[in-house]
Every structure is written in structure tokens, then in C-alpha cells.
Design a protein around this ligand. Structure first.
Ligand SMILES: [Zn+2]
Length: 445
């Protein structure tokens, strides 16, 4: 009879380890009833301890996602772990061995369904926690690292480098670029947008902007590439404004390099026009330039740099769409000389048509320039949140967190001891549009 009842409870609650547990009868019945009504609870299947240099790691093996919070209390020193709608088999904490840091472990049920586990400690710690989503043979794991408070202060400085974004304001000096109906020079607005973009990029944790030119001066296309290469840029964005004899032409477009022909006649002509800067205003040795270009193209096709450029371009295009009409849904390709930096993904953005009177007015306005700069920043951030180069702050994470229903960025940041803006930067979270089950990275401090 008793076995049957257990089997029954097991089947309706879906909790495999319930049979082995000795949860008091009343609460067991209650949780089972709730489970059958659709409110499920998570079960702790194991708790593991491991000693590491500078910290003690606690791992809670769970059979599902759990909303959790971890905090330290002082005098006496304690770490408290709260898990919503979670159960733990009776006696599990008794199996854990006390050690030099952990004096004793207690647990209790709160609000009928929530679990609280308290670790009484011999010294002050700084806890860091993160929830790992299932991977391979492992299920959900709540990982809590107890760092020695005295040492924790030292390890907060991160040695991880920033992602470097080279911003290239098109034209400059004796090369004015295109000129609008009311006399606006392309070189002027590209520099203004470049400076706004620099500001937004530098506000992003883990990113640093470098300008190829900071004032109104002429730079050969090759020098722009060298500047990007010398600053170890991870991306180069060249800013321009389009022009066309018909003043009605309008909209934005984005380009990557092509190794075998342009994606359209328009793209080919545009590349020719932008490349003409060196022919018209520079002093180029064609033979040398040609040889360099050939080597570069070979290199680019090998390393997938163009593929990355198309990927980044796509992210920027997706954001620019919210600011201005775009010509093509995809990133266009042509032989732009300025995009030939070896191993540096590069894109060229035609922000709008300076030859269109309304767009010329837009290009001159602070608000439009800011909108464009913000859109580019979002696109760049979205790309690097996915594909940051190894060794950068953006590529590093302490762990992953699987989003629960009702979570918000602020709370996740607080529970994981990270700054909200860092969590947003690391995951390119721009609105509170978290979805349950979405896995986000917990940044390193
Ligand atoms: Zn241009």
C-alpha cells in the first residue's frame, strides 16, 4: 500500500528522488497536490563541495531551473542560499562534511515551498553564484563560490582586454567627399558621427574606440588601414554619406569587401567613387598598391574575415533599419579599398544621402547623428556579445544563467553580484525583454 502511494506520488510529481526522501508527510502531500495542479518544484539531487585556490565551491545539482538568491551575513559569518519552489531530501546537508571554513549547515522551508540553506562560516566570504544550464550529462547546477573576502578585493581587477573598434570618418582635409545641396560636406558629418560613435562605444564596458582621424585632415585609404592595424582593431567601421544626381535618392546601406566582383552595379560604382579619394587627392604608386591588394585578398579569403564583416554588417543593418530606410535587406559587397585591412573585419556605412535635401538636413542634426551612432553601437555590441575575440572581457564569463519567468535584468545582476550595465553589455541586453529559458552569460568583474 505504502509502495503504491509512493509510486503514485512519483508519477504525478515527476520527482525521481522523492521515494528516497523523508519529507514530512503533510508537506509532501501538499507539494504533490500542487504539482498535479501545474506548479512544479525543483529538487536538489546532490550538493558537492570542492576546495580551490582562494575559494570554496559549492555545487547544487538540480533537476530543473531554480530562482535563487545568495547573500552573506556577518557577525556571525553566514552565507544564505534561497531557492524558490525547491525541495531538498531530508538529511542531505548532514552528509556534507564540515571543514575549516564551514562550521555547520542548516536548512529550512520558507513560504511553504521555498528552501533556505544556511552555511555557518568561520570567516567572512564574498559569495558569487551562477546557474549553469544543462549540458552533456550534467543537469542544472547552481554554483556558489565562496571567496575569501580579504583576497576577493584583489581579484576584482580584470586583466581582460577591451574589444577595439576603429572608427573611420570618411574623407577629410582637401578631400571633402560628396557635397549636399546646401553645401554640407560629407567629411564634416562623417567626423561628427564618428565622434558620437566613439563616445557611445567607450561607454560600453569591454569596448574601446579608436578614431582614424580626429580632425579635418586628409588621410590616404592605406593610412586608415594602417591606423586600424596599429591599434589592433577587432573591427573597422568606415562612415560615409551617399550622393546621387537625382535628389530623391535616399536611405542607408552597408557594405563589406568582395573578392570576386560586386553584388550589384550600384555597389561597384560606389566602391569606385569611394576609392577615387586616393586617385584624386593622394599620391599612389599603383604597382605597389596592386601587389598589396592581391596579397590582402588572398589573406582575407582564407581567414573568413569577410564572413565576419558580413555578420557584423548584418547586425548593424538590423539596427540602422530602426533609424532610416535601408536600400537592401542584406549587406552589399564591392571592392572598397578602405575595407582591405588584413584580418580586421571591416564595414562601410553610407549613413544617408547627402544629395537628398531632407537627408542632408537629417545628417546635420544632432538627434539623427546620435540615433545613427547608437544604432551602430547596438549592432556592434550584438555581434561581439556572440563572437568576442578570445582574451577580451566580452568573451569571458563566470557562468551562465537560465532566465526564469518574471526575471528582470536588475535582479539577475544583483543575485550574481555583477553590475547591471555589465550584464547588459556582456549580453547586448537593450530592453527588459528577457524570455524564460533564455541563457545569458554572467560577466567577469
Ligand atoms: Zn564617402
Amino acid at each position: 500500500m505504502k509502495t503504491d502511494r509512493r509510486k503514485f506520488l512519483k508519477s504525478i510529481a515527476g520527482l525521481s528522488s522523492l521515494a528516497a526522501s523523508a519529507v514530512p508527510g503533510a508537506s509532501l502531500a501538499k507539494s504533490s497536490a500542487k504539482s498535479s495542479a501545474g506548479i512544479s518544484s525543483t529538487q536538489i539531487q546532490d550538493i558537492r563541495l570542492s576546495k580551490n585556490k582562494g575559494y570554496l565551491r559549492l555545487v547544487f545539482d538540480l533537476n530543473g531551473n531554480a530562482d535563487h538568491s545568495v547573500f552573506a551575513l556577518h557577525e556571525p559569518e553566514r552565507v544564505v542560499i534561497d531557492l524558490k519552489k525547491t525541495k531538498m531530501p531530508h538529511g542531505m546537508v548532514d552528509r556534507l562534511q564540515a571543514n575549516s571554513l564551514i562550521r555547520s549547515i542548516r536548512s529550512g522551508v520558507q513560504n511553504k515551498n521555498d528552501l533556505r540553506v544556511v552555511f555557518d562560516l568561520s570567516e567572512s566570504v564574498t559569495p558569487r553564484s551562477f546557474l549553469l544550464a544543462p549540458s552533456g550529462k550534467s543537469g542544472y547546477r547552481l554554483v556558489i563560490d565562496l571567496h575569501d573576502s580579504k583576497k576577493a578585493a584583489k581579484v576584482t581587477k580584470s586583466p581582460k582586454r577591451d574589444v577595439i573598434i576603429a572608427i573611420d570618418a570618411g574623407h577629410g582635409g582637401r578631400d571633402p567627399g560628396a557635397t549636399g545641396r546646401s553645401g554640407t560636406h560629407e567629411k564634416t558629418i562623417t567626423l561628427q558621427i564618428a565622434k558620437r560613435l566613439e563616445k557611445y562605444i567607450n561607454k560600453q564596458r569591454g569596448m574601446k574606440a579608436v578614431l582614424t582621424r580626429k580632425n579635418d585632415r586628409f588621410l590616404r585609404l592605406r593610412d586608415r588601414i594602417h591606423k586600424a592595424r596599429d591599434s589592433h582593431a577587432d573591427l573597422m567601421i568606415s562612415l560615409h554619406a551617399d550622393s546621387f544626381p537625382d535628389p530623391r535618392a535616399r536611405g542607408s546601406s552597408i557594405y563589406a569587401l568582395s573578392v570576386d566582383g560586386a553584388s550589384s552595379e550600384t555597389a561597384r560604382m560606389l566602391a569606385e567613387k569611394e576609392n577615387a579619394a586616393d586617385l584624386l587627392f593622394g599620391d599612389v604608386d599603383f604597382a605597389v598598391e596592386d601587389k598589396m591588394v592581391k596579397e590582402v585578398l588572398f589573406d582575407l579569403s582564407l581567414t573568413g574575415t569577410i564572413e565576419s564583416s558580413l555578420d557584423i554588417g548584418g547586425e548593424i543593418l538590423g539596427q540602422i533599419k530602426t533609424v532610416n530606410r535601408v536600400h537592401k535587406k542584406k549587406v552589399q559587397q564591392a571592392g572598397f579599398a578602405v575595407l582591405k585591412a588584413p584580418n580586421i573585419p571591416s564595414v562601410l556605412l553610407e549613413t544617408a544621402f547627402i544629395s537628398n535635401p531632407r537627408e542632408e538636413k537629417n545628417l546635420l542634426s544632432t538627434s539623427y547623428q546620435q540615433k545613427v551612432a547608437k544604432a551602430i553601437t547596438r549592432g556592434v555590441n550584438k555581434y561581439f556579445a556572440r563572437k568576442a575575440p578570445p582574451g577580451t572581457w566580452l568573451a569571458a564569463s563566470e557562468g551562465e544563467y537560465s532566465v526564469n519567468n518574471g526575471d528582470d535584468v536588475k535582479t539577475i545582476a544583483k543575485n550574481n553580484n555583477v553590475k547591471e550595465e555589465d550584464l547588459r553589455a556582456r549580453n547586448a541586453l537593450y530592453a527588459d525583454n528577457l524570455k524564460a529559458g533564455q541563457v545569458i552569460k554572467i560577466p567577469v568583474s
